[in-house]
Ligand binder design. Structure first.
Ligand code: AP5
Length: 190
């Protein structure tokens, strides 16, 4: 049986969202994308969305408490319903520790963590192309550079955190979308 509670970890533009949809469909579980959840809150004009919007525009992480209160109920519900592919959370060691405590209490812990590894230049050119096609506000050259710097400084330590817990799989994401999906499915089945 492949893992059914899966975290996708990777820098901006690594393909977390693209692969999250595909892998969740293959596993028959829910795809949860923190960026999409936050953008929905911003569009709806909720209090949480109003607090998050400036962090997102600047390419900074929203505060740990905000994102945890938004995401963890979705994770717990999805795990109870059969599993999840979670893309974009956790992004700090503090988020990971809080999520671990909450998830362990209800049997929603991840079975596998997939690190999508892609060179920054390639991730940047993908996001600039998306900017031209979709106009996402945080896809300017300056904000992309900052988002990548935030990933390297604050999120990359999670690679070692999850390696230490025996959950980490590294998948090269600098190749065509289908190949990346197949590589992820292989590590989840292995
Ligand atoms: P979020 O929406 O998660 O943005 P991100 O992590 O910066 O990631 P992206 O959506 O840019 O990239 P991706 O890795 O999902 O790749 P994608 O598949 O889209 O978060 C936005 C903001 O929300 C954050 O900056 C932060 O402010 C906040 N936030 C979210 N989670 C948070 C948390 N836990 N804590 C605090 N704050 C949080 O692909 C990118 C492009 O490349 C697409 O156009 C796609 O079509 C293309 N592409 C994908 N794969 C390939 C491939 N193999 N070959 C060619 N092109 C490809």
């Amino acid at each position: 049986m492949p893992a059914s509670n899966v975290l996708l970890l990777g820098p901006p533009g690594s393909g977390k969202g693209t692969q999250g949809v595909r892998v969740a469909r293959r596993l028959g579980v829910e795809h949860i994308a923190t960026g999409d959840l936050l953008r929905a809150e911003v569009t709806a004009g909720t209090a949480l969305g109003q607090q998050a919007t400036w962090f997102m525009r600047a390419g900074d992480l929203v505060p740990d408490e905000l994102i945890t209160q938004l995401v963890m109920p979705c994770v717990v519900a999805a795990a109870a319903a059969g599993g999840y592919v979670l893309d974009g959370f956790p992004r700090t060691v503090a988020q990971a520790r809080t999520a671990r405590e909450l998830a362990e209490q209800v049997g929603a812990s991840p079975h596998a963590v997939v690190h999508l590894d892609v060179p920054p230049e390639q991730a940047t050119s993908r996001m600039l192309a998306r900017r031209r096609a979709q106009g996402r506000v945080d896809d300017t050259a300056e904000t992309i550079a900052h988002r990548i710097e935030v990933f390297e400084r604050v999120t990359r330590p999670l690679v070692e955190y999850y390696r230490g817990r025996g959950l980490l799989h590294v998948v090269g994401a600098d190749r065509p979308v289908d190949e990346v999906t197949e590589a992820i499915m292989r590590v989840l089945s292995g």
